[in-house]
Ligand binder design. Structure first.
Ligand code: ATP
Length: 421
């Protein structure tokens, strides 16, 4: 039979990674004669969930087996052996791949898990209703992600090749040739993306956390990903695996037409007009306010978004924009912006003399302006239209500040893209 296996919440900030644990399960099952069908799936869920460790990722894969009970045993053994049980709340589910009714229900549940907040009880309800075999450890919160990872339909998708470290190297400094990542990017961008962040001189593909991942290459083409990997020089790897993912798809973004109010812990695409100019606060964070169909919304470009803030600071009252980001503390944390139409901005200045063309000077308080040389006089200041430095079009945060789910502009079929690369 073909069985979907979903797993989540096995790691903590101290170590482990659900993709690695899933790979250990897959390798063990392969040794026992079972067969992996297709790619394993790395599914990113709602990025605003407070109890995520890092990127709110869950994993699922389909296995062909004669012995589903043995699959459950192997999953249990590996979770008990490898999960960071002190801080994680693991869960795993097993779904017969032929149960369309269950998969349809899980597809709706999964979209909710990407865009909304779900309770563990909702996960237990589905498990109870369809009598799904599952493994629950501690609160079983990981069951939410496990069910979602099995159910999510990938209409848009990308790939990530994850390369893993040898267990004896876990927690140690990663050894790699920095330049080789830049070369790999040179050769394969834009079919791969977010390998490096050139404007900030950072290798994005290598994580800083103490988990088993050595690096990951993301992209739209498996061939380009493999080519990039062949150019990269690092410490010896233990294993690797290509995952199909919803990374870089904007699946978390809800268009404004689909909601009646804005809530924290959801991500939106909103249209509006700038009504309060950008201002900086301590720490280098930039805020501005737009008027939308839901009322005024404060938008923020936080310090880690680096160069993106320079664009935001150029906005002026009246500019029409489309903003993409997550609501947190009633503020939209920006991931992308489309400057739809620049407003007209004027400055007031002293008039010029109609005879000699020179700038006039004040003739005294309330007395208008005069030209000393020609003796001409005028009573009011003149308005001058300001040439805007900002161009219309799409802007995004640099790769080092990008959320897993955010769709990079290089993947977007839009005109006027301004890409930090
Ligand atoms: P990593 O990225 O390293 O795998 P993580 O950031 O994925 O770590 P988890 O350890 O998986 O973090 O913790 C996320 C938890 O949040 C899981 O228990 C998952 O089931 C749960 N969860 C995921 N999405 C939602 C949601 N939309 N509503 C409520 N809980 C969720």
């Amino acid at each position: 039979m073909r069985l979907w296996v979903g797993i989540d919440d096995t790691d903590s900030a101290k170590g482990m990674c659900t993709t690695y644990l899933a790979l250990q399960i897959i390798r063990e099952l392969e040794e026992l004669g079972d067969r992996l069908i297709g790619f394993p799936r790395l599914i990113r869920l709602n990025p605003t969930i407070p109890y995520k460790t890092r990127g709110n990722g869950a994993v699922s894969f389909m296995i062909e087996t004669e012995n589903p009970r043995r699959v459950i045993d192997v999953v249990n053994e590996k979770i008990l052996e490898l999960a960071e049980m002190d801080e994680a709340d693991p869960g795993a589910v097993f779904v017969d791949a032929e149960r369309d009714e269950v998969l349809d229900t899980l597809s709706v549940f999964a979209m909710k898990a990407v865009r909304n907040v779900i309770t563990v009880d909702e996960a237990f309800f589905i498990i109870g209703k369809y009598l799904l075999p599952h493994l629950k450890y501690k609160s079983g919160r990981g069951l939410i992600g496990s069910l979602a990872a099995v159910g999510l339909e990938l209409h848009d998708y990308t790939f990530e090749l994850l390369v893993y470290r040898k267990p004896e190297r876990f927690g140690k400094k990663r050894e790699y040739d920095r330049d080789s990542f830049f070369r790999a990017d040179d050769e394969t961008y834009p079919l791969t993306w977010d390998t490096v962040d050139r404007v900030n001189d950072v290798v994005v593909a290598v994580p800083n956390s103490p988990d088993p991942v050595l690096y990951g290459i993301r992209g739209d083409s498996i061939e380009a990903i493999r080519k990039a990997t062949s150019l990269i020089v690092t410490e010896e790897k233990a294993d690797d695996m290509i995952f199909i993912t919803n990374q870089g798809t904007d699946m978390h973004i809800i268009p404004q037409e689909e909601v009646s109010e804005l809530k924290d812990h959801q991500s939106y695409k909103l249209r509006g007009k700038v009504v309060e100019r950008p201002y900086d606060i301590e720490g280098g964070h930039v805020f501005f306010v737009i008027e939308t169909i839901f009322g005024d919304v404060t938008c923020a470009a936080f310090e880690p978004t680096k160069q993106f803030r320079r664009i935001i600071r150029m906005l002026e009252i009246g500019d029409e924009v489309e903003v993409f980001g997550s609501m947190k503390n009633e503020t939209l944390n920006l991931e992308k912006i489309n400057v739809v139409r620049l407003g007209e901005v004027y400055v007031e200045e002293n008039p010029t003399c109609s005879v000699c063309g020179k700038r006039m000077e004040s003739a005294g308080k309330g007395q208008g302006f005069r030209c000393r040389k020609c003796k001409t006089k005028t009573y009011s200041k003149v308005k001058r239209k300001v040439e805007r430095e900002l161009e219309e079009g799409f802007y995004e945060v640099p790769p080092s500040a990008r959320r897993h789910l955010s769709k990079p502009l290089v993947r977007m079929n839009v005109e006027k893209k301004h890409i930090f690369h």
